[in-house]
Design a protein around this ligand. Sequence first.
Ligand code: ZN
Length: 75
Amino acid sequence: MKFFLILVVVLAGIWLWRSNRQADPKLRQQNTKAAAPPLDMVRCALCEVHVPSVDAVAGEKGVYCCIDHLHRAES
Ligand SMILES: [Zn+2]
């Protein structure tokens, strides 16, 4: 009976170790997927705040962080 109990504990340990090893690559893949790709940053010509280029507003004299700064700088 004692031998059977030890065998069950060892098998459970091996099963847990194997399931943890299989889960690791999945976790790493999720972490790399969760990381956002780097964004191009541009500097506002008025207040010099850096904003992502997708959020920047392009004007005739440069790019701005918002439409308000575009109006203030170019009017
Ligand atoms: Zn600005």
